[in-house]
Design a binder for this molecule. Structure first.
Ligand code: UDP
Length: 499
């Protein structure tokens, strides 16, 4: 364990959503490996779900703790127990979820006041502008941590600053994002809700996020420089201090923690490994749409028929929320599992994704393009079939399929707004699924080159987080920066006392 950070204590404040909690808890491990003492703000149910982080810390002698605050579900108008974005029953409750998250400020301040070993720094989610006040009140440096890429950050920044959207007449008109290193086009429809002419309160929220980012002492990103050099450079002109410290899911010597990341795995990991072990190298397509996307039963049936027609081996994760009676009835009446027996495995619930992606039998990943999933695939050198659904996923798709050329796009044109999947019917046909699988798993020139490119990036990712790598070095810079700020603060207060 490193000793570069003796006496430092970082307080991490993540949004209670899997795609934020996972990189934040991964960061806790990386920091603790360097000798930093880390406290992660949690809520009771999330603390239970992330127990494996503490187990790992105990067995590896890492100084990681949770500061558990009750999540004010009732006060914010959320159903009891709705402590994580993945348990929201409807998209109408997103605002209430943010309200509840904002209400954590008061209780957190009380706990900080009572704390003997006060933190030396706050690392906060971009979603919590109120951490600016907390940092000021306790005289702490504050660093914002982004769980998205520099490509996405620069795209959103350029779209906002250039006001290009004012010239776009319809939802489906294509426009070029100004000032990017590559020619990147989107339609207005594909942009995250917050970027469109949304309700005023959403626009206001976005402005608050931006202000809280620009006033922070620094900005960390879960990405690595070798993946998106020109976009990192581009965003360095926007953020005061920018450090890429990822991919944080790649942490040395934490294999056991790969099994129950964010949830208990719904499949016995040994069964999963046995199944993968029995397949040929690079022959399996892994299909998973993250922790939040809802896909209608109708669309899942179409996907199933595409998987069947592809004749490819597959491991398909059906999210708990999408695992409906209607789908189960179809699967059994059609005899889907019998028809694909020997080459297909369905996981109903939560899969050990990082473990699966790093298995040599996995040769492709059909993904909704969440940034964590994208980075995990890159880290394992696995090419992707891109099926973006909402939020910043269309940005990630562009980066994967067009800029990095490590994926095959399904050509989805419009987002499926959260929990509105039943209204849109089938967006991707079985033929499109079959065709994309054929292209991705193909061993011809195009497929081989794509595979080589992602393999190289996978190697670069491992090197970035290893000692001497760019992300490892950047984390050192963060630690030194906080140390410097603290010693400056100490000498100022000594001087003040003197006069
Ligand atoms: N994940 C997992 N098992 C699953 C589904 C998701 O471990 O069955 C993890 C996945 O590895 C990733 C995260 O959940 O780290 C999902 O984050 P992402 O940014 O990809 O998408 P989101 O959930 O925000 O849509």
């Amino acid at each position: 364990m490193g000793s570069e950070a003796q006496e430092l204590h970082f307080l991490l404040i993540p949004l209670m959503s899997q795609s934020h909690l996972l990189p934040f808890t991964d960061m806790a491990k990386h920091l603790a490996e360097r000798g930093v003492s880390v406290t992660v703000v949690m809520t009771p149910l999330n603390a239970l779900r992330y127990e494996s982080v503490l187990d790992h810390a105990r067995t590896s002698d890492l100084d990681i703790h949770f500061l558990t605050l009750p999540f004010p579900c009732k006060e914010a108008g959320l159903p009891e127990g709705c402590e994580n974005a993945d348990s929201l029953p409807s998209s109408d409750l997103i605002t209430a979820f943010f309200d509840a998250s904002n209400m954590l400020q008061g209780p957190l301040e009380k706990r900080l006041e009572a704390m003997e070993d006060k933190p030396s720094c706050i690392i906060t989610d971009i979603c919590f502008p109120w951490t600016t006040d907390v940092a000021q009140k306790f005289g702490l440096p504050r660093i914002v941590f982004h769980t998205i890429s520099c490509f996405t950050l620069l795209c959103s920044h350029s779209i906002n600053r250039s006001k290009v959207m004012e010239r776009v007449k319809s939802d489906d008109e294509r426009f070029v994002v100004p000032g990017l290193p590559d020619k990147v086009e989107f339609t207005k429809a594909q942009l995250p809700q917050m970027m469109k002419d949304g309700p005023e309160d959403l626009e206001e929220l976005l402005d608050k996020f931006k202000a809280a980012e620009l006033s922070a002492d620094g900005v960390m990103v879960n990405s690595f420089e070798e993946l998106e050099k020109s976009y990192v450079k581009g965003y360095q002109k926007v953020a005061k201090k920018l450090w890429c410290v990822g991919p944080l899911s790649l942490s040395p010597g934490v294999d056991s923690a790969k099994l129950d990341r964010g949830n208990k795995s719904s499949i016995d990991p040994n069964q999963c490994l046995d199944w993968l072990d029995s397949r040929d190298p690079k022959s399996v397509l892994y299909v998973c749409f993250g922790s939040l996307c809802h896909v209608s039963a109708l669309q899942l049936v179409e996907l199933a028929l595409g998987l069947e027609a592809s004749h490819c081996c597959f491991m398909w994760v059906i999210r708990k929320g999408d695992h409906s009676q209607e789908l189960e009835k179809w699967l059994s009446e059609y005899g889907f599992e019998e028809r694909t027996t020997g080459r297909g495995l369905i996981i109903r619930g939560w899969a050990p994704q990082v473990m699966i992606l790093s298995h040599p039998s996995v040769g492709g990943f059909m993904t909704h393009c969440g940034w964590n999933s994208t980075l995990e695939a890159v880290s394992s050198g696995v090419p992707m079939i891109t099926w973006p659904m909402f939020a910043e996923q269309f940005y990630n798709e562009k980066q994967i399929a067009q800029v990095l050329q490590i994926g095959v796009s399904l050509g989805v044109q419009r987002p499926v707004e959260w929990v509105e999947e039943d209204k849109v019917g089938v967006m991707v046909s079985r033929e499109a699924v079959q065709h994309a699988i054929g292209r991705l798993m193909d061993e011809g020139e195009e497929g081989t080159e794509r595979r080589l490119r992602v393999k190289e990036l996978g190697k670069a990712a491992s090197q970035a987080v290893a000692e001497g790598g760019s992300s490892y070095f950047n984390l050192t810079l963060v630690i030194h920066y906080v140390q410097q700020m603290l010693s400056r603060k100490k000498s100022t207060s000594r001087l003040m006392r003197h006069y």
